[in-house]
Design a protein around this ligand. Structure first.
Ligand SMILES: Cc1ncc(COP(=O)(O)O)c(C=O)c1O
Length: 437
């Protein structure tokens, strides 16, 4: 090319959650049966869509407007309804003008980071959800700026680190939180969330809170939304969606709620810019937006959400029980969402470890993958687990983490299969750390 056409930050666009599937599909051709534990799609894992939700959709199909474009910002009646829901929480009060729809949060995240001034950085958690960390790194052209989630404190954030990093690095303009967390399943207590808001106020930063899992907090924790603690000074964005909640990941429908937009001229202009960018795309998917009030208002919806929370909480308990005597492995029990992290104790991993793989062709493929230069220890395990069992997990280092472990899910609907998956993962982690040549 006459001119260089690759942007700075292009190498930051990695999404380990899906990249592993490319490799898995090659192995499938060699006869390996795959078990997808890498992706957070409840429907793909067998969750049946409630008949009453399907009925709401059938009614909507008869409404021709649901086939049309909608306002760029989103369907007005839905935005009014969602603003009312947030206002009922009793925190910061918003109107329909503070809500902006996107084609899923993936789209929202790309715009939130993509339209931020290049030099303005957002500090986010590690382990990090790759869509955020990659988008932030790609936008800035540098490594993503992170604060630690502490595994010894059930993945709670190191608030002092957030303060110190933000105070002494004036390129930081915002703080990102994911609550409940992906990949961790951790839920932030009110006190911590308040402390983060206080830091934002003191240092004049904005907050982005990814709250896509906010309706999936188990009974072991309190669900605290950003809107209820942010007050009326700090500028903030809450990211919400229906992918995980209804669940309807294929709807590609999510939204951003903006708090205290008028408190800062620059922030307001930034949000206006995001809307202008969205205008170039006309609008986001109409039908799922129109479905939201119909589904959310149905009395069965609260019961549906409660049942799902209970289901994941029970599965988390089952998992804790299965891992309780696994020496050398730390399973961190989630309190929300549907992901689990299992860490290897420090210094237990090396480049020689292997799992038994009977099929010789698959074995040579895994050996080849594991002999790549600079491959992370936990990624070697993920490849070995895949080759040996067909179970696809994601290495924690794929989430911008320095800790080694894996993320898998609580999504398997078949009870027997789920027990098999949990026990197999435990057994294989143990076999791996106890490997002798
Ligand atoms: C924390 C978090 N945010 C956003 C998303 C993306 O959601 P959507 O389906 O709305 O693009 C996911 C998907 O896994 C997620 O885990």
């Amino acid at each position: 090319m006459r001119r260089e056409i690759i942007p700075d930050g292009a190498d930051s666009l990695t999404y380990e959650i899906r990249e592993i599937v490319i490799i898995a599909n090659e192995l499938k051709k060699l006869g390996l049966e795959l078990i997808y534990e890498n992706i957070g799609d409840p429907v793909a894992k067998g969750e049946k869509i409630e008949p009453w939700i399907k009925n709401e959709m059938k009614k909507l199909i008869e409404n021709d407007y649901s086939w049309a474009y909608c306002d760029t910002q989103g369907v007005k009646e839905t935005r009014e309804y969602l603003a009312e829901l947030t206002n009922k929480e009793g925190g910061v009060q918003i109107t329909e003008n503070d809500i902006y729809f996107f084609n899923g949060l993936g789209d929202a995240v790309a715009k939130v980071f993509g339209f931020l001034k290049r030099e303005a950085r957002v500090i986010g958690p590690t382990p990090a959800y790759s869509t955020h960390s990659s988008a932030e790194a790609a936008h800035s052209g540098y490594e993503h700026l992170t604060y630690n989630l502490l595994s010894e404190k059930n993945w709670q954030p190191d608030v002092d680190e957030i303060f110190n990093k933000a105070k002494y690095n004036d390129s930081i303009a915002g703080i990102l939180i994911i609550n409940p967390g992906n990949p961790t399943g951790a839920v932030m207590p009110r006190k911590t969330l308040k402390q983060i808001c206080e830091i934002a106020e003191e240092l004049d930063l904005f907050i982005i809170a990814d709250e896509i899992y906010s309706e999936l907090v188990y009974s072991t924790a309190e669900r605290v939304k950003l809107s209820t603690v942010i007050g009326n000074k700090v500028c903030g964005i809450s990211l919400r969606g229906i992918s995980k909640e209804i669940p309807w990941p294929g709807s590609r429908c999510g939204w951003m709620e903006v708090y205290n937009k008028d408190k800062d001229k620059q922030f307001k202009k930034y949000i206006d810019t995001i809307l202008s960018a969205k205008r170039l795309e006309v609008c986001s998917t109409t039908m799922p937006q129109m479905a939201i009030p119909n589904i959310f208002k149905n009395p069965l919806y609260e019961i549906h959400k409660k049942n799902r929370r209970q289901k994941y909480e029970d599965r988390a308990k089952q998992l804790v029980e299965i891992f309780k005597d696994a020496k050398g492995i730390k399973l961190i029990p989630p309190q929300g969402a549907f992901y689990v992290t299992a860490l290897f104790d420090e210094n237990l991993l090396n480049n020689d470890q292997k799992l038994e793989i009977k099929n010789q062709t698959i074995k040579s493929k895994i050996d080849e993958l594991c002999s790549q230069k600079h491959i992370e220890f936990d990624k070697r395990f993920v490849y070995n687990l895949l080759g040996s069992t067909g179970i696809i997990t994601v290495p924690l280092t794929g989430f911008y983490s320095k800790k080694h472990g894996i993320r898998f899910t609580l999504l398997e609907e078949d009870d027997k299969k789920r027990e098999f998956i949990f026990t197999t993962i435990r057994d294989k982690m143990l076999e791996y750390i106890n490997y002798t040549k």
